[in-house]
Ligand binder design. Structure first.
Ligand code: IMP
Length: 427
């Protein structure tokens, strides 16, 4: 079996797009299993920049099967826009497959995301406003619209009519908004349905066949472990399961079908949106890292919050995902610093703790315990081999692996494919 799940080990934005793209070159199949257009990958391929939100990055290679699994919440308007954008740049979509069980992000979900955030005031989550939470809420509440519903207009109209009645009642009575028109939404969905129809299938059946044919399958997680609905810093999380287990539920494969789990982590930490962040730094050092690392959200453009590498968070990620390997990104950004810090534990009310506490209040009260290592002055971006990195940079990477007990398989020092150094082969 040749299957790899790739997950974000921190708060998202770890550079998964780049690592996915690197592994996708070897993979036969690339699969998205959760999230929606809240995710955003920027890919640099042959001096072209691609920004993808829903379509797996394998699409940039001819002949790779790219699957949008059932666990994804799919905004048909955004998907069609992304597809047209790729076609205009001569990217072939023939191998794209969309699960008939994926739930749809509807126009009222996007409005509700915005209204709910406004209503939360100071307690806002800082969502991407892409309708993700409300779409997953409807899925769990069993009133979601699914991709399969697009394929039969009569059924679509009947189902949506009942759902919309309740939604409109809520929107008009609670929020004082205008009701959505059934005809308008049905009209739009019919157009999208005709474009998407050729790509829609039972992707669980397809994946089973491909895995049994020993194809190399890469499951690409969006967001990150600390944004996981169960294992993240709840309620400052997304509404899906970005952790490795999500790959099973979100695609319809069994856990024994997964061979390796790779966690992607930045050489430091960032987070967008609100919520606790124990190793956060502010001031000139944060500014410096933000500017050099271009730490602004791909989806929303928001400046990311910056922190030192947090081993407590990564230890948590190693455990809840069962990591086989770590891929360390953006190591080049830390060049030029006299020393670099690693948060190895938290101090909570005078007591040293090694694990992420469940209580938000406790996490907020945690003070980071730092270990300080010598930095390196050399620019790493042009160095060909990991062995040729300055000793202090290599020591930093090795220290991380030792603290976590997980080997570092990839180290990336820039956006280009050649800037990813392979320490262990993954596929
Ligand atoms: P939502 O997923 O739009 O509901 O947002 C919930 C939280 O997850 C917010 O803090 C977002 O900033 C964060 N989030 C969602 N998607 C991403 C991502 O792709 N990268 C980083 N943070 C994200």
């Amino acid at each position: 079996m040749s299957t790899v799940v790739l997950i974000g080990a921190q708060w998202g934005d770890e550079g998964k797009g780049k690592v996915t793209d690197f592994l996708a070159e070897k993979a036969d199949v690339v699969v998205r299993y959760q999230g929606g257009t809240n995710a955003g990958h920027t890919l640099n391929v042959a001096d072209k920049v691609f920004k993808l939100h829903l379509i797996p990055s394998g699409i940039l290679y001819p002949g790779k099967t790219c699957v949008i699994g059932n666990g994804v919440v799919l905004d048909p308007a955004a998907l069609v826009k992304e597809m047209v954008g790729l076609q205009e740049r001569n990217i072939d979509l023939a191998q794209l497959r969309i699960s008939d069980r994926a739930h749809l992000v509807m126009p009222y979900h996007k409005l509700l995301d915005e209204l709910d955030e406004k209503q939360r005031k100071e307690g806002k989550i800082g969502t991407t406003l892409r309708g993700i939470g409300p779409a997953y809420m409807d899925k769990v509440n069993r009133v979601g619209m699914r991709v399969a519903d697009l394929l039969d207009e009569l059924e679509l109209r009947e189902k949506l009519s009942a759902i919309l009645e309740a939604k409109n009642m809520f929107l008009t009575k609670v929020y004082g908004e205008q009701p959505f028109s059934l005809e308008r939404i049905v009209g739009e969905l019919r157009q999208y349905a005709e474009i998407l129809r050729p790509y829609i299938t039972d992707t669980s059946v397809l994946l089973e066949v491909l895995i049994l044919q020993n194809k190399k399958v890469l499951f690409e997680g969006a967001q990150g472990t600390m944004l996981d609905l169960d294992h993240g810093t709840y309620p400052y999380v997304t509404s899906s399961s970005p952790t490795a287990g999500g790959a099973c539920c979100g695609t319809g494969i069994g856990p024994l079908r997964i061979k390796h789990v790779v966690g992607v982590a930045k050489a430091y930490t960032t987070r967008v949106g609100d919520g606790p962040f124990p190793s956060e730094i502010t001031g000139a050092m944060a500014e410096r890292i933000r500017e050099i690392g271009r730490e602004y959200g791909t989806t929303t453009g928001r400046p990311r919050r910056i922190g030192w590498l947090d081993i407590v968070v990564l230890r948590h990620a190693c455990r809840v995902n069962g990591l086989s390997f770590l891929a360390l990104t953006l190591l080049d950004v830390l060049a030029g610093l006299e020393t670099v810090k690693i948060c190895t534990g938290y101090r909570l009310r005078g007591e040293l703790i090694a694990h992420v506490p469940a209580s938000l209040h406790a996490l907020d009260s945690c003070e980071p315990v730092f270990e300080e290592l010598p930095g390196w002055q050399e620019d790493l971006s042009g160095v060909e081999q990991f062995e040729d990195f300055p000793e202090t940079a290599k020591a930093y990477v090795r220290r991380i692996a030792r603290l976590l007990g997980v080997p570092v398989a990839l180290v990336s020092v820039g956006p280009e494919r050649l800037q990813t150094k392979v320490l262990h082969e993954i596929f």
